[in-house]
Design a binder for this molecule. Structure first.
Ligand SMILES: [Zn+2]
Length: 493
């Protein structure tokens, strides 16, 4: 983490979000984009430590629900990829391994674009009886591969960080209960830990996961007003069980196809939301539980005050040890840079709390604490430092939460007709609620029209689990037929 990047972010977030985002990704040491193959990035230590925290919390949540970890290969058999008819729709995005050395492979294989087609053929060998179910399995800290044409760090890549659960049940009721648990996992991790607000949607039928009966997603809004899908969970019904022949013997001694769900929290998408939503003109802001370093201690020393300097250094080291013992991730930054350069460096990297120790502080047995979300610092007696750190950690998270939630809530609007809708999307973007005809395939034509008329806005879906009701007599904004749903639309990543 070199400190020669003190120039910091050169654009304002609200003036040029896209450039701001690129600069934060690079200058805050999240990713190196110079790998040289499009869509493949290097995850740098600072960024990867945050991503590992996302994985840590997700693993904890799904294991509490009884999920067991496993690890499948990176390869997928071509014939397996084609077995579920709709799911085979992934084919155009798939990378194929066709040769090794100078020899062509006898049977080419795909790099996995997602897990279903490689996991379910094995599931068909694992389960024989209803009493072996439910089964909940997951894999974590893996990558998947899709041939995306436009790529962006943490938003879209040809290789990206992945997490997936694949669950098997005797009944559809159990499967639906799991969907609710998946959404709860999003709440525990994406909202409570990452502080990213979202709404849950049930996707329209024309925009479901390939092969699923229904898809549910938590979606947030990025600072440019575009939707960012943070995760997805799918009710697979018995579609994949039929395609991959996953059957168990029931209590009735008959063979039954199993019910399945799969859940994929977007590791990258959550990271992109954390960067984009919380950051400011100084750079990244990381919520307290997510931060690789939660507290940085900066000594403020003077070359002509040797004795005071020694005291400051000793006290700084003691304080770091004390706070580490109290369970915090602490860095005592005793490097050669000026205090100002250190402040800038750690602000850019989003460290939530900074403690400053200078001659005056040492003399008075106090220290100064500054929150990343505020411009001011407060003084506290060294004897009370642990209590104050706890209070400030809570306060920094409250600041982050409040800002994120305010932006999110202020960017949900309504429109009653196409002109209003276009105007809102042009002036504000964000989510716009509109009356809409059908969520079944019947409504797809209106979705096409929506995209054309608004240069790319899509139907996110209806709120889940509690759908908002349309008023009697409301008409679909696109086709003027009777509206049966109130849907959210937005421009999207
Ligand atoms: Zn319509």
């Amino acid at each position: 983490m070199a400190k020669d990047d003190t120039k910091g972010i050169s654009v304002k977030k609200d003036q040029n979000f896209s450039e701001w985002y690129s600069q934060v990704v690079q200058k805050a040491d999240l990713a190196d984009i110079r790998f040289g193959i499009q869509g493949f990035i290097v995850h740098k230590p600072w960024g990867f430590m945050i991503i590992r925290k996302i994985y840590d919390y997700l693993e904890k949540e799904v294991e509490l629900q009884g999920h067991l970890p496993y690890l499948f290969p990176i390869a997928v058999k071509e014939s397996d990829l084609q077995r579920e008819k709709e799911h085979a729709g992934f084919s155009p995005e798939v990378f194929w391994v066709e040769s090794a050395g100078s020899k062509k492979m006898e049977e080419r294989f795909a790099l996995k674009p997602t897990g279903e087609a490689q996991i379910y053929p094995i599931y068909s060998l694992w389960f024989r009886s209803y009493n072996e179910l439910p089964f909940r399995g997951y894999q974590s800290r893996i990558s998947v591969y899709r041939n995306e044409m436009t790529t962006r760090p943490f938003l879209r890549g040809r290789e990206f960080c992945f997490f997936e659960t694949h669950d098997v049940f005797n009944t559809h009721e159990e499967a639906m209960a799991q969907i609710k648990d998946d959404l709860r996992t999003c709440e525990e991790v994406i909202w409570k830990k990452l502080k990213i607000p979202f709404e849950y949607f049930k996707r329209p039928d024309w925009d479901k996961f390939k092969g699923a009966d229904a898809t549910y997603t938590p979606d947030t809004l990025m600072p440019d007003g575009k939707r960012n899908q943070l995760a997805s969970t799918h009710d697979l019904g018995t579609n994949f069980a039929k395609a991959y022949d996953i059957q168990v013997l029931g209590k009735d001694e008959q063979k039954h196809h199993v019910y399945q769900t799969c859940f994929g929290p977007g590791i990258w998408r959550s990271m992109a939301a954390l960067i984009g939503i919380h950051g400011d003109d100084q750079g990244l802001i990381v919520p307290f539980d997510m931060a690789p370093i939660q507290i940085v201690i900066v000594p403020v020393t003077f070359a002509d005050k040797k004795e005071a300097t020694e005291k400051i250094i000793t006290l700084g080291e003691q304080l770091a040890t004390q706070l580490q013992k109290a369970g915090y991730r602490v860095k005592f930054d005793n490097g050669p840079d000026s205090p100002g350069a250190k402040y800038n460096h750690w602000e850019l990297h989003g460290v939530p709390l900074r403690i400053e120790l200078g001659p005056k502080e040492v003399e008075q047995q106090v220290c100064s604490i500054a929150r990343r979300t505020e411009r001011k610092r407060s003084q506290v007696a060294l004897a009370d430092v642990e209590k104050e750190v706890k209070r400030q950690a809570n306060a920094v998270d409250m600041d982050i939460e409040k800002r994120a939630l305010t932006y999110f809530k202020n960017n949900i609007r309504s429109a009653e007709n196409l002109e209003d809708l276009k105007k809102v999307l042009r002036e504000h973007r964000g989510f716009v609620k509109i009356p809409y005809c059908h969520m079944s395939k019947q409504g797809e034509a209106c979705s096409d029209k929506l995209q054309k008329e608004t240069e790319g806005a899509v139907v996110c879906g209806t709120l889940y689990p509690q759908e908002e009701k349309v008023k009697a007599g409301q008409k679909c904004v696109l086709c003027s037929q009777a509206a049966h749903h109130l849907v959210y639309v937005a421009k999207t990543y």
